[in-house]
Unconditional design. Structure first.
Lengths: 128, 486
């Protein structure tokens, strides 16, 4: 089980890194989101896969006796999922707007904020 | 409750300002009132912790390693006060038309969200909670970037988003692995757990991940590219708040984690941090030397000054921590003052590019004096506040035998002077390239001038009478790097 999770996390991370390094705007967004998903799996894995027993215990002594699943990581991963989903929505809208403004989705063409400095002495002037 | 006030007050203000979106006057008024209330709470908190020591709150009444804990001590109270001063200053500045920032109805809620996130990140004593505050900070800054709504703002927002998200994810991964290994998220719980001899081998790996994540957040060499790519698209008041605050919160968290939680780390980490600090100083100041746009010059100087703060962490003693915190207070004020002055210069002379403006010294002598105070503070000319910050830092590095670090820090000061002299000569001294193109009357700049005047006075007082602040920071950082001491 641990090996399987390890393998899937590494595949997702590799895919995510490949996509994030792309010049295509949407691939970058998807890549970063997949990286977030991989990290969520890491958070989930931090709680061990040893037991499937739910942590419903009558007293504190039972916790020592029975090896139960760790509920805290599930709370943590839920928080992380909510945040990364919100960021994904934001990034998709941002990407769509950027693409509409720029006319293409090539990241190397986007120099609106930082004009390319062709001259080694005189930096380009910015708007306004 | 008082400990939580730096979160609750801005969150409440943010909610109310959202409800008041349709009524701009009322929104602005309430927003300033909220910031003033935050400042009062912060000062009260500072008063309480200076007389009574640290205050802690464990939420939900859980026993301590399990509850989400918020701790106010001298260090975090100082950061909260500085945040509140900056927040109030920026909001007052915003009322003048120095640069109306487009005045989107979402501006005030986002600014207060940012203040709440900074307050939370400073006060929390729980690693996962810290992650949440950093995400809130990321989201509010992205919001502030995109409410400007132009191609370059969107472009800047995307670059900011991509690189900062990478840092946050790295941070989250480190948190997960630390939790998986130690079973702790609470700072003091973690500090006890990582001293277990069996964990000596693995903990530094996770700590290295944490350090990398915060170096990215703090804009350290070679991870600072998101900062000069995005900051300069913001309007001056927002830029002053973000540029003054965000990266410093990253450094503050790094200081707290390294000094209080992961105390006993390999010496290699500190060696690396020191050289990263020096590289950050040099690359930032050289980037600034190339540029002619006021905002870009100052944005690169943020990077350069982060180097000094990282040097304080690399030296890793209570004395260096104290010097670092003193430098941080001075730097937040000086940086914000310079950005706000840049806003007034833009309004008065018509452009941010130094090649297009000039003649401000005869036209606006008061502005020139204010610029000199803030600029000299940034450089560290005695008797300014920057002098004491740099003096304490360089002294500590010489005491520790780190002559290269201290010497390079001094050399970078000279290059900082070059940038400030460039702004002075081009913006203030030379005549305006288009003759008398200065705006003859600049109405309603009074609040802007008032805010800059207050910041400059704070800088002057800190410079001329640094003893109370030095004593405070020494008391605040006395507990750093003490755990491993025999």
């Amino acid at each position: 089980m641990t090996l399987l999770v390890l393998l899937s996390i590494s595949i997702v991370v590799a895919t995510a890194v490949y996509l994030s390094l792309s010049r295509d705007l949407f691939r970058v967004v998807i890549g970063l989101t997949m990286l977030g998903a991989a990290i969520n799996l890491v958070v989930f894995a931090a709680g061990r896969f040893a037991s499937l027993t739910p942590p419903l215990l009558a007293s504190a002594e039972d916790a020592q006796a029975a090896a139960v699943a760790n509920p805290l990581v599930q709370a943590l991963v839920l928080t992380a999922i909510v945040i990364s989903f919100a960021l994904l929505c934001f990034a998709l809208v941002l990407g769509a707007r950027l693409r509409a403004e720029a006319g293409n989705d090539d990241m190397r063409q986007m120099h609106a904020a930082e004009p390319v400095a062709w001259d080694t002495v005189k930096p380009p002037e910015l708007e306004d | 409750m008082l400990v939580l006030s730096p979160l609750l007050v801005p969150l409440f203000t943010a909610v109310v300002t959202v409800l008041l979106q349709r009524h701009q006057r009322a929104q602005q008024g309430f927003s300033i009132a909220g910031a003033a209330a935050l400042l009062l709470c912060a000062l009260w908190l500072m008063q309480e912790v200076s007389s009574g020591g640290r205050i802690q709150v464990a939420l939900g009444n859980w026993p301590l390693p399990f509850a989400i804990e918020f701790v106010a001590d001298r260090l975090s109270a100082l950061m909260v006060v500085i945040t509140a001063v900056l927040g109030l200053g920026v909001l007052v500045y915003q009322t003048s038309i120095a640069e109306p920032a487009g005045e989107s109805a979402l501006l005030h809620p986002l600014l207060h969200g940012l203040l709440a996130a900074a307050g939370g990140a400073v006060l929390t004593a729980d690693l996962f909670n810290l992650y949440v505050w950093f995400e809130l900070m990321l989201i509010t800054v992205l919001g502030l970037l995109v409410v400007q709504d132009g191609f370059r703002h969107l472009d800047a927002a995307f670059k900011y988003f991509a690189l900062n998200l990478l840092g946050t994810l790295l941070f989250l991964a480190a948190v997960a692995m630390l939790y998986g290994t130690t079973g702790q998220l609470n700072f003091s719980g973690l500090a006890d757990a990582v001293e277990h001899p069996e964990l000596k081998a693995v903990i530094p790996v996770y700590v290295a991940m944490l350090i990398s994540a915060f170096l990215l957040k703090a804009a350290a060499f070679p991870l600072f590219f998101w900062l000069p790519a995005s900051y300069h698209t913001l309007p001056a008041p927002v830029l002053a708040l973000i540029g003054g605050l965000i990266t410093k919160v990253g450094v503050y968290v790094l200081l707290r984690l390294m000094g209080e939680v992961f105390v006993d780390q390999p010496a290699m980490f500190y060696e690396a941090l020191g050289w990263i600090a020096v590289a950050t100083m040099i690359s930032g100041v050289l980037g600034a030397a190339y540029h002619w746009d006021l905002r870009r010059i100052l944005a690169f100087h943020i990077v350069s000054q982060i180097g000094y703060l990282l040097l304080a962490i690399a030296l890793a003693t209570p004395a260096s921590g104290s010097a670092g915190v003193f430098f941080m207070v001075h730097n937040i004020l000086a940086k914000a003052a310079l950005f706000l002055i840049a806003g007034i210069m833009w309004r008065t002379a018509g452009h941010y590019d130094l090649r297009r403006i000039g003649g401000l010294y005869p036209a606006r002598p008061l502005l020139a004096v204010l610029f000199l105070i803030a600029g000299f503070s940034l450089v560290g000319i005695p008797p300014s506040s920057g002098f004491w910050g740099k003096f304490l830092l360089v002294q500590e590095s010489f005491v520790q035998g780190r002559y290269a670090w201290g010497g390079l820090a001094l050399a970078v000061g000279v290059l900082t002077l070059y940038s400030m002299v460039k702004i002075w000569l081009e913006g203030f001294w030379k005549p305006h390239p288009q003759g008398a193109a200065l705006t003859a009357t600049t109405p309603r700049l009074t609040p802007a001038y008032a805010v800059v005047l207050v910041l400059a006075l704070l800088l002057l007082v800190t410079g001329l009478y640094p003893e109370p602040l030095i004593q405070y920071t020494q008391a605040a950082t006395a507990m750093l790097w003490q755990r491993s001491a025999p």
